[in-house]
Design a protein around this ligand. Structure first.
Ligand SMILES: Cc1ncc(COP(=O)(O)OP(=O)(O)O)c(N)n1
Ligand SMILES: Cc1nc(C(=O)O)sc1CCOP(=O)(O)O
Length: 517
């Protein structure tokens, strides 16, 4: 009988990464203790005799734990040690031939990069697919054409699911920082996840392979059971406006009732709005921090409740800091709110936004219509500088919903009416005041507010968290605009902060104007 196998955390070995004071078998032993569920021995230069000897030494370990051992490419080595199976690539012996030699009781996995390759491997009887190359990797020479990113992996996976029952992992540059993003992002439209991730260097090159495997295993479990994408896939209920408003008010009550434990909101933001965002965050009940240096992100990340990435005054010098902050946020599953300010105005901004969405993903995109158009690759909305101009989308609800589904995140689109979507439920929000458009940074303050409120519910009900932030700012603006001391934009700005400070969940609940879109 073919052995049972579990693809949750798949270790592909590389003896070139073994330090002088250890053996490959010791590393595999530690990695299995940390949570590795299946092992592949991959030796690119070993002679046949040495390969077989190494395979035997690993087999002693894997058998001890009941973990399957597969051999990369070499059917002869697999036969020699009676391994549990093989993993073969597109340029290796054909799957049909390998099956004929190994028989029905051995596991055969196959590497695929395209939907057609996946379909062919399934028709030829592959037991699982290794879909790659997800991200660039230093472990193996990869041509840039082969890089798929999570979006490309999802396409291959969705096609495979349409063909029939299939099991798969993804491989290439996957590590503890991006595993949750990769598994969330690659879920099919119906929410079906890959079964796990395959890694080489994330474990083989780690100082402590057991600890590295533990973190990775816990990240995979998070993506399977606790991330919002996992909950949306298993228990999604289409929402009424009343229920989402109630939930948003509850979020505000929770943050405002904190007994000193204010959410720490890390801002990688622009120079124009930094002070306003810090004050808005404080007024709403958060605790702002603006720490841009790459060097301090690892120290900070453990205590950060939410991260805002705002590219309003992006420079090359800021990029390492933003990348470090996003990487660390991902390790702690801290929600990330992206404000892609003016991304359509230059290739520099656009490329950076596409890159961070590919490499880290975000929990919320907060954008104006021009930025949403740019993200969707649509020319329906024009920009003047960082502002959206013209009438906007003919169907704004469809636009935000499409963007949300593409990036598996909440989308908040600001404008004359605002829209919030989780890809299934979309709401139009009619709160706010024209005076908001007369001061700089009012959109950026929405990003701050979303981050301040979302942290309590980021993995349970991010739609409510995002709505809470949006409406809090808009209702505060309505109050400020009619306040007796306000004579124009200059006096509106401080009144706006005052009103954010005075907000309560009751006020919000009674004044929210939210409807299904
Ligand atoms: C799980 C998994 N997926 C893909 C590969 C790559 O295999 P292949 O295409 O045969 O390339 P090499 O590993 O031989 O360089 C893999 N090994 N494991
Ligand atoms: C062996 C291998 N195969 C790949 C494929 O996509 O087919 S990527 C890869 C190397 C993966 O190494 P790391 O986890 O260190 O990035």
């Amino acid at each position: 009988m073919k052995p049972d196998f579990n693809l949750t955390l798949y270790l592909v070995t590389d003896s070139g990464m073994v330090p002088a004071d250890k053996t490959l078998a010791q590393i595999v032993d530690e990695a299995i203790q940390g949570g590795v569920t299946i092992v592949q021995l991959r030796e690119k230069t070993a002679d046949t005799g040495a390969f077989i000897a190494l395979a035997r030494s690993l087999q002693k370990v894997t058998k001890n734990y009941g973990v399957p051992l597969l051999i990369n490419d070499r059917i002869d080595v697999a036969l020699a040690i009676d391994a549990d199976g093989v993993h073969i690539g597109q340029d290796d012996m054909s799957l049909v031939e390998a099956r004929r030699i190994l028989g029905p009781n051995k596991i055969i996995g196959m590497s695929v990069q395209t939907a057609a390759e996946a379909e062919a491997a399934m028709c030829d009887g592959a037991d699982y697919l290794g879909i790659g190359v997800c991200f660039d990797t230093e472990t193996k020479q990869i041509s840039t054409d082969a890089l798929r990113g999570p979006a490309g992996v999802r396409q291959v996976w969705e096609h495979a699911l349409e063909v029939g029952p299939v099991r798969a992992v993804t491989i290439g540059g996957v590590n503890e920082y991006n595993a949750v993003h990769v598994l969330d992002y690659t879920r099919s439209a119906k929410g079906v996840p890959l079964e796990g991730v395959a890694v080489v260097s994330a474990i083989m090159a780690a100082e402590d392979p057991c600890a590295a495997a533990k973190v990775l295993r816990s990240q995979v479990s998070f993506a399977m059971e606790r991330s919002w994408a996992s909950k949306q896939a298993t228990a999604y209920v289409d929402r009424s406006a009343a229920s989402v408003c109630q939930a948003a008010a509850g979020v505000v009550a929770r943050v405002r009732a904190t007994d000193g434990a204010r959410p720490l909101v890390q801002h990688m933001t622009n120079a124009v709005v930094m002070n306003d965002c810090a004050n808005a965050c404080l007024a709403l009940g958060g605790s702002p921090i603006m720490a841009p240096a790459a060097e301090e992100q690892a120290d900070l990340a453990r205590n950060v409740s939410a991260l805002v990435v705002n590219i309003g005054t992006l420079t090359s010098a800021q990029i390492p800091g933003i990348r470090a902050a996003m990487r660390c946020a991902r390790l702690y599953n801290t929600p990330i709110v992206l404000d892609p300010v003016g991304m359509g105005i230059s290739t520099f901004r656009k490329s950076f936004v596409y890159e961070i969405l590919r490499d880290y993903g975000v929990h919320v995109i907060k954008a104006n219509a021009g930025e949403v158009a740019s993200l969707l690759g649509s020319d329906e909305v024009s920009m003047q500088g960082v502002d959206s101009i013209g009438a906007g989308f003919s169907d704004p609800a469809a636009a935000v919903s499409a963007l949300s589904r593409r990036h598996r995140c909440i989308v908040v689109m600001t404008g004359r009416a605002d829209y919030v979507s989780d890809g299934t439920s979309t709401f139009a929000v009619r709160n706010g005041h024209p005076m908001q458009a007369c001061i700089s940074g009012s959109g950026c303050m929405v990003g701050t507010a979303v981050a301040t409120f979302i942290q309590t519910v980021a993995h349970e009900d991010p739609l409510a968290g995002a709505l809470a932030g949006l409406v809090a700012v808009n209702v505060a603006a309505e109050h400020a605009a009619v306040s007796a001391d306000v004579r124009g934009p200059g006096t509106f700005r401080p009144a706006f902060i005052d009103e954010m400070h005075r907000l309560s969940d009751d006020i919000l609940l009674s004044e929210m104007r939210v409807e299904r879109a």
